[in-house]
Design a protein around this ligand. Structure first.
Ligand SMILES: *[C@@H]1O[C@H](CO)[C@@H](O)[C@H](O)[C@H]1NC(C)=O
Ligand SMILES: *[C@@H]1O[C@H](CO)[C@@H](O)[C@H](O)[C@H]1NC(C)=O
Ligand SMILES: [Mn+2]
Length: 493
C-alpha cells in the first residue's frame, strides 16, 4: 500500500461518509418503530431459540437485499459498523445481515462444470484457525463448508481458537458448535499464532487430507473434489483453490482472475499474472497451474505428507513468512505446488491486519529471517540487501529446520529459481518484480478527485471538519461553524 493519496482526499472521503450517514439517520427515523426485528449481534436470540435457524433465516432473508444491506438504521447499527471496522477491518454490520449462509455466484469456468471426479476421493480434515474472528464470518465459513461439500468428503472440521477474547467466541461458540455435525473446537492454552495453531489442528486431525482455510471464507460450489482428486493422483502435490474476493466493505463476491504466487527479495509474497503461454486454449483455464509460492491461508495437502515434510517451522511466531517457507520446502524437497482453477473459495481481503502480535513484535521480519537462513543459501544476501535493518538481528535457533532440509535431501535454492521461478529477477539486474504484481485492491487504487471544497449545510452554515491532519486515516469528522474553519485555514497558510 505504498502509494500516497493527495492530501485532503481522506478528509473529503470522510465528509462524504458522514453526509451519507446523516442522510441515513434521517431515513432511519422511518424505521424506528420496527427496530427490534433487526438482527443485532451474532449472539443471543437465535441460539436460545429451539429452532435457531428458522427464525434467524427469516430475518436474514429480509436483510440480504443488496440495496439496503449496509443501511444504518439506528445508533446500534452505527456502533456495530464502527466497532466491526476497528476489530476486524471489515463491515461487520453487513456481514451480520448476510447470516450464516447465502448464495454466491458460481465463478468457475464453464468447462469445470462437466468434469467428473473419482467416487473414492480421500476424506478431508478442514482446519480453520482464528484469533478474534467475527462471529458471522467464522460461522459463515463453517456453514459454507457444511453446505457446499459432499458429506462423505468431510471427515471433520477443526476450529482452532488461538486465545480469542471476544465474549461470543467463548461458551457461546462452544454451545453452537456442539450442535453442528463433525465440527470440533480446540483452544490453544497460550497465544500461539496462526502457524503453531495450524500445526496443532493438523496434529489432532484424522482425515486423509488436511485442508486449511482462513476463518473469513466462503467456499464455492464443488470446491473440494478438484483439490482432493489432484492429491489422490499424487500425494506429494499440494494444491490451492483460486481465492475469489469478498469485498471487505460490501461483502460482494467477486471472481478472481487466474494468477499464481511469486515473491520478491524482501520475501514478500505477491500475486502475479500467468506467463502468457499458459493461457491459450480453453482447457488451459481449467488445468492445474504450477505456482512458485502460495498465499498461505488456503491449501490442501495429504496429511502424512504434511508430517513427513516437516509441518511448519514451529520457531516462527504468530504470522508471516510461513507461506514462503512451506512453498520453498514443497518444491525443493520433491513435491509440487499447484493452483486448481476449478476450485474456488471466497476470502475477505482486508486493507489492514486487525490484530497485532502482542509482545512478539515484528513477526514477519523475524520469520522471514528464518526462511532466508534455512532455505535461501547464498541468495540470502539479496534478502539482507533489501532488509538492511535486519542484519545481525536475532532469528532464534534454526538447527532443527536445517537438519530437516538435510534429512529430506532437498535441492538447492538455485535449482528452485532455475526450475520453478525463472521469472524472478536478481536485484542488481534492475528488474522489478513489483511491476507485475496483481493486487486484489488494484481496481480501487485509481482514485480521481472530482471536486474539492467544503461540505456545508446551507440551512445553518455548519461545515464538516477534521480536528487533526486532513490526511489522517479513519479520522473523526465534526461539524463546525464554516466561518471558523475558514479563519483557521487562512491562519495556517
Ligand atoms: C444449503 O443451504 C440451502 C439454503 O439454506 C438449503 O436449501 C440447502 O438444502 C442446503 N444444502 C445442504 C447440502 O446443506
Ligand atoms: C508425484 O509428483 C512428484 C513431484 O512433481 C514427482 O516427482 C513424482 O514422480 C510424482 N509421482 C507419481 C507417482 O506420479
Ligand atoms: Mn485472511
Amino acid at each position: 500500500m505504498g502509494y500516497k493519496l493527495p492530501t485532503r482526499y481522506f478528509a473529503l472521503c470522510s465528509f462524504m461518509i458522514l453526509m451519507f450517514w446523516m442522510l441515513l439517520n434521517a431515513v432511519s427515523l422511518l424505521y424506528l418503530g420496527s427496530n427490534d426485528k433487526y438482527f443485532t449481534r451474532g449472539h443471543g436470540r437465535h441460539l436460545q431459540n429451539d429452532s435457531p435457524s428458522d427464525d434467524f433465516e427469516r430475518e436474514m432473508a429480509q436483510e440480504k437485499d443488496p440495496n439496503t444491506l449496509g443501511l444504518i438504521r439506528n445508533k446500534e447499527d452505527q456502533t456495530i459498523r464502527e466497532h466491526g471496522y476497528e476489530k476486524h477491518a471489515f463491515n461487520e454490520l453487513v456481514s451480520n445481515r448476510l447470516g450464516f449462509y447465502r448464495e454466491i455466484q458460481d465463478t468457475r469456468h464453464e468447462l469445470c462444470k462437466s468434469i467428473r471426479y473419482s467416487s473414492n476421493l480421500p476424506s478431508a480434515s478442514i482446519i480453520i484457525c482464528f484469533h478474534n474472528e467475527a462471529w458471522s464470518t467464522l460461522l459463515r465459513t463453517v456453514h459454507s463448508v457444511l453446505n457446499r461439500t459432499a458429506e462423505n468428503l468431510v471427515h471433520e472440521i477443526i476450529l482452532v481458537d488461538d486465545q480469542s477474547n471476544l465474549e461470543e467466541l467463548k461458551d457461546e461458540l462452544e454451545n453452537y458448535v456442539e450442535k453442528l455435525p463433525k465440527v470440533k473446537l480446540l483452544r490453544t492454552v497460550q497465544r500461539e499464532g496462526l502457524i503453531r495453531g495450524r500445526t496443532l489442528g493438523a496434529k489432532s486431525a484424522t482425515g486423509e487430507v488436511l485442508v486449511f482455510l482462513d476463518s473469513h471464507c466462503e467456499v464455492n460450489k464443488d470446491w473440494l473434489p478438484p483439490l482432493l482428486e489432484r492429491i489422490k493422483e499424487n500425494r506429494t502435490t499440494v494444491v490451492c483453490p483460486v481465492i475469489d474476493m469478498i469485498n471487505s466493505d460490501t461483502f460482494d463476491y467477486q471472481s478472481s482472475p487466474l494468477v499464481r504466487g511469486g515473491f520478491n527479495w524482501g520475501l514478500h509474497f505477491s500475486w502475479e499474472p500467468l506467463p502468457k503461454h499458459l493461457l491459450v486454449k480453453p482447457e488451459d483455464y481449467v488445468l492445474p497451474i504450477r505456482s512458485p509460492t502460495m498465499a498461505g491461508g488456503l491449501f490442501a495437502m495429504d496429511r502424512n505428507y504434511f508430517s513427513q515434510l516437516g509441518q511448519y517451522d514451529e520457531g516462527m511466531n504468530i504470522w508471516g513468512g510461513e507461506n514462503l517457507e512451506i512453498s520453498f520446502r514443497i518444491w525443493m524437497c520433491g513435491g509440487s505446488l499447484e493452483i486448481i482453477p476449478c476450485s474456488r473459495v471466497g476470502h475477505i481481503f482486508r486493507r489492514w491486519r486487525p490484530y497485532g502480535s502482542d509482545s512478539k513484535g515484528d513477526t514477519m521480519s523475524y520469520n522471514s529471517m528464518r526462511v532466508a537462513e534455512v532455505w535461501l543459501d547464498d541468495y540470502k544476501k539479496y534478502f539482507y540487501q533489501i532488509k538492511k535493518g535486519l542484519v545481525g538481528e536475532p532469528f532464534g535457533d534454526v538447527t532443527s529446520r536445517t537438519e530437516l532440509r538435510k534429512r529430506l535431501n532437498c535441492k538447492t535454492f538455485k535449482w528452485y529459481l532455475k526450475n520453478i521461478y525463472p521469472e524472478i529477477n536478481l536485484p542488481q539486474e534492475g528488474g522489478s518484480v513489483k511491476s507485475n504484481m496483481w493486487n486484489p485492491h488494484g481496481l480501487q487504487k485509481e482514485k480521481v478527485i472530482v471536486k474539492k471544497g467544503n461540505l456545508q449545510n446551507v440551512g445553518n452554515s455548519l461545515c464538516l471538519d477534521i480536528p487533526g491532519r486532513s490526511s489522517e486515516k479513519r479520522a473523526t469528522v465534526l461539524l463546525r461553524d464554516c466561518q471558523e474553519i475558514h479563519a483557521m485555514v487562512s491562519q495556517t497558510k
